[in-house]
Write a protein that binds this ligand. Sequence first.
Ligand code: FAD
Length: 362
Amino acid sequence: MVDCVVIGGGLIGMLSAWELRQSGLSVTIVEQGKCGMESSWAGGGILSPLYPWRYADPVTALARWSQQHYPDFIQRLHEHSGIDPQLQKNGLLILDTEDAAAATAWAQRWDYRLAQPGADEIRSLEPALAELSDSSLWMPEVAHVRNPRLLKSLKKSLLNQGVKILEHCAAESFLQARGSVQGVVLENETLLAANVVVAGGAWSGKLLASTGVDLPVRPVRGQMILYRGEPGVVSRIILSQDRYVIPRRDGRVLVGSTLEETGFDKSTTESARVALAAEARRLIPVLAEYDIEYHWAGLRPASPEGIPYISAHPDMAGLYVNAGHFRNGVVLGLASSRLLVDIMLGREPIIAPQVYEISLDH
Ligand SMILES: Cc1cc2nc3c(=O)[nH]c(=O)nc-3n(C[C@H](O)[C@H](O)[C@H](O)COP(=O)(O)OP(=O)(O)OC[C@H]3O[C@@H](n4cnc5c(N)ncnc54)[C@H](O)[C@@H]3O)c2cc1C
C-alpha cells in the first residue's frame, strides 16, 4: 500500500508527486503513455498567462505564487537532477494592444512591473522586429522555461527521490469501499493507495465520470512550429494578436499557437503551419531565412475561465483532482500542486482554496 497514487505523468502530475514526496509521502505515478509527452511537452513554457489582465483573479493568484517560487525551484531541480530546465527571464513584449488602461490597473493592483515603451525603446529591446507599434506593453519580469527539459529534470529527480513511475499503464477505474478510495485499477493489477490524485490533463473528465462528477475539462488543440535559428536572432518573448514567438537559449525559436476544438485529435495541419509561419515572418522577417525544424500539436486541458480544479472529490474520501489548467499549466502548476498538497495534508493553504473546488453539480 502506497500513501498516494498520482494518475497522469504530465507536468501537473509530476509536480504533485514532487510536493507529496517532499512532504514525506510514498508516491507512485501511473502514466498511460510516457511521462511528460502530452500537453506539458507541447507547450511554450512561458511563465505568465498571455494578456494576464484578461484572466480572473484566481488565475493571477496562482500565477503570482508560482512566479515568485519558480527560480528557487528550478535551481533545486537542476542541482538534484543535473538537467538544467533553462529558466530565462527575458521579458514579454506585447504589440498592438488596446488594453493599456486595463493592463495598467491590473499591474498596479497585483504589483507587476509593466511599462508602455516608446518606439526607440522597443527597437532596442527587440532589434529584429519588423514594425514598431505605438500601442505596446512591456513586462520585463516575465520568464520562460524549456518545458521538455523541465519535464526530464523533474522525472529524474522524482526517480532519485524514490518515486515509482509506471509508464504505459492506464488507470481504468478506482477501487472504493464505504465512500473512500482504496486504490486504482489498472489493466492487469490493482494498486492499493490511501490517496489518489487525478492529474490526467484533458483526459481527467473521462476518469472521473464513473465517480458521479461531470468535470467540465475538454481538449483544445494547440499547434506550434519551431525554427532552427541562431542565438541572438530574437531576444524577447513577443506577443501580437494572440500569436507569440519564444527564443530559446540555443537560438531555436518557437512560434505558436492555434486554439482548435477538434476533440482528442492531435494531428497537425498544413494550414496551421502556413499561418504560423506567415505570422512569424510578419513579426520577425529574418525568420524566413531559417528552416522550420518541427511542427507539433498538443491538447490543452480547458476549463471554464481557465481556472483549474484543485480539490478533494466532493463524494469520495481520499480522492483528489489537480486538472484543467488550460493555456497556463506550466505557470500555474507549481502553485496548484503546492495548494493541492496543502489541502490533502490539512496544512495552512498558500491561497484560499474554495474557488478551485469541485462541487457535485459539475
Ligand atoms: C501549444 C501549447 C502551448 C502552451 N503554452 C504554454 C505556456 O507557454 N505556458 C503555460 O503555462 N502553459 C502552456 N500550455 C498549457 C500547458 O501545457 C498545460 O496547461 C499543461 O501542460 C497541462 O498539464 P497536465 O499535466 O495537466 O496535462 P498533460 O501534460 O496532458 O498530462 C496529462 C497526462 O495524464 C496522462 N493520463 C491521462 N489519463 C490517464 C489515465 N487514465 N491513466 C494514466 N495516465 C493518464 C496522459 O497520458 C498525460 O501524459 C500550452 C499548451 C499547448 C498545447
